[in-house]
Design a protein around this ligand. Structure first.
Ligand code: HEC
Length: 501
């Protein structure tokens, strides 16, 4: 009943104890497995719904197409059944003869997941896999054996409705003003919320598949492109029409369904395996760029909704993207500690700014395209020469400081009143003259990390959004507070404390 193991135990004591351990585990599994019985009561085990989630959570990290540990790839049913350096780890109908059950229940060196990386799978999860094998190790009807299981699980996943009233504040990771300067769109938990900027009043809620919105930009036709995701699970770029859809009442506020209602969800530009963190619109309004955890920068032609370029120019997450004023280059910033400039026509990297000591969270570019801006974990907002194509290395001009990490920047490129706004873990939003680097205002009042910042299209208002859900809106000219409110709908004031970081 034991398959030959590749692992050669160092002494017989080890063999003994692994035998003992296995015997015990099998007793537990097959003699009286309460979990398996519970499963049985629910009917046959489904590979994609019951087994694949266990494999994804516990095994794919090492057994995906990239890592293929033990030459075993299990992100499709076909590849799992192909096996690795050994044969098919599954003997349909015979869990006791299946190598996968061997490794899951082993107490020896061949245990999976490997001992040094964590605990064994809980017996009830092993029982699910064992029961599935006993039932014939079947693939679900209608599912292709070669279907990518990560994708299949993502497609099957159903987003939860946002709460009517929030128990805990949702971190504000993104916000933006509407084109008429009057409203603010804020990212919540599986929703976007629309607020009257002058009154701080909640006007509308838009249910979204993404758990969090990380970036938003209004497109020329008045629709809103939103980048977001669910950390480590999925990421997306979707386009919403905030004025459409059949509204329902949610806690006294009209709410529309941006998940299913095609009048609200007008375009799905991207669905991917991890969060999308950044968006930028080209100055002519024709191209949209995104960046995210998969390290790729993508560029779409908006009129045709066609993906034009997938740019692999960073070694780590891309946190920020910005177009140059002529729309021909992209400035990008990454956790790999660099800001870079990409030539969209030549499709090549033309410049790197390497001076940040840590991850780069935000980038921008001056309206004459000569000065690049970047900011990040090293607390600095750095300005650098963006045109030194010969050397391909951006030389720093000056460095402006926050006292903690700088998360985002917003650049208002108006010729008369150019404005750069930055937000930080030091709980402030700061305004700068982007041309001279002069510090204009420090906008305080937030009591937690400020993750998001936006300038209204007319340049008059600046908004900051914080970890604890609070949004503050100021006048950019004098720094006076216009309105402050918590953007988590229905949040009781006394619970307005973020859960522990
Ligand atoms: C941290 C990385 C890691 C994780 C997580 C992991 N494995 Fe492995 N797995 C390995 C390595 C490394 C080998 C190869 C061992 C060897 O050949 O010595 C292996 C080999 C195997 C083999 C034998 C393949 C063959 O044909 O030789 C099976 C079966 C297996 N793993 C199943 C699983 C299952 C099921 C899970 C999830 C419950 C899992 N593994 C999780 C690293 C991992």
């Amino acid at each position: 009943m034991f398959r030959p193991s590749m692992f050669r135990p160092r002494c017989c004591y080890c063999i003994l104890c692994s035998l003992l351990g296995l015997a015990l585990a099998w007793l537990l599994l097959f003699a009286a497995p309460p979990a398996a019985q519970a499963q049985n009561a629910k009917g046959p085990i489904s590979f994609v719904n019951d087994v694949a989630p266990i494999l994804k959570e516990n095994c794919f990290a090492c057994h995906d197409a990239k890592k293929k540990k033990g030459k075993l790839e299990m992100t499709t049913y076909a590849n799992l059944r192909k096996g690795g350096s050994k044969d098919d780890p599954i003997a349909p109908g015979k869990p006791k003869e299946s190598y996968i059950i061997d490794v899951l229940t082993s107490t020896g060196a061949n245990r999976m997941p490997p001992k040094e990386t964590g605990d064994p799978l809980p017996p009830e999860r092993i029982a699910v896999i064992a029961r599935w094998i006993e039932e014939g190790a079947k693939l679900d009807a209608g599912l292709d054996a070669k279907a990518d299981l990560v994708r299949e699980l993502r497609v099957r996943w159903k987003p939860p409705q946002p709460p009517i009233a929030y128990k805990y504040p949702a971190n504000v990771n993104a916000l933006t003003f509407t084109p008429d300067n009057k409203k603010l769109i804020v990212g919540g938990f599986h929703e976007l919320t629309v607020w009257d900027a002058a009154e701080g009043k909640l006007e509308k809620r838009i249910f979204t598949r993404a758990e969090r919105a990380y970036a938003m930009v209004f497109l020329p036709d008045g629709t809103l492109a939103v980048a977001g995701g669910r950390p480590g699970q999925e990421g997306d770029v979707r386009v919403y029409n905030l004025h459409a859809g059949a509204a329902k009442d949610l806690g006294g506020v009209p709410s529309v369904d941006g998940v299913h209602d095609k009048a609200v969800l007008v375009k799905e530009l991207l669905e991917t395996d991890d969060s999308v963190l950044a968006l930028a619109l080209s100055p002519d309004g024709k191209k949209l760029a995104s960046g995210g955890c998969d390290r790729l920068v993508r560029v779409w032609d908006l009129p045709s909704a066609k993906l034009e370029q997938s740019i692999e120019n960073h070694a780590d997450w891309v946190f920020s993207v910005a177009f140059t004023p002529d729309g021909k280059h992209l400035v990008t910033g990454s956790r790999d500690k660099t800001a870079k400039i990409w030539d969209l026509t030549a499709k090549e990297s033309v410049l790197t700014f390497p001076d940040h000591q840590n991850g780069v969270y935000a980038v921008g570019i001056s309206s004459d395209a000569k000065t690049g801006f970047s900011a990040g974990e090293d607390n600095q907002v750095r300005q650098w020469q963006a045109t030194d194509a010969a050397k391909q290395i951006g030389k720093q001009i000056r460095s402006l400081g926050h006292s903690k990490a700088v998360f985002r920047m917003a650049h208002h490129a108006d010729v008369k009143t150019p404005l750069l706004a930055t937000c930080s873990a030091d709980a402030t939003v700061r305004l700068w003259n982007p041309a001279t680097g002069a510090a204009l205002k420090t906008l305080s009042g937030h009591t937690d990390w400020v993750y998001a910042v936006a300038i209204s299209p007319d340049g008059q208002l600046v908004a900051g959004g914080s970890w604890n859900g609070e949004v503050r809106i100021w006048k950019s000219s004098d720094g006076n507070l216009v309105k402050a409110f918590n953007a988590s709908p229905g949040l009781a004031p006394k619970t307005a404390e973020a859960p522990k970081k």
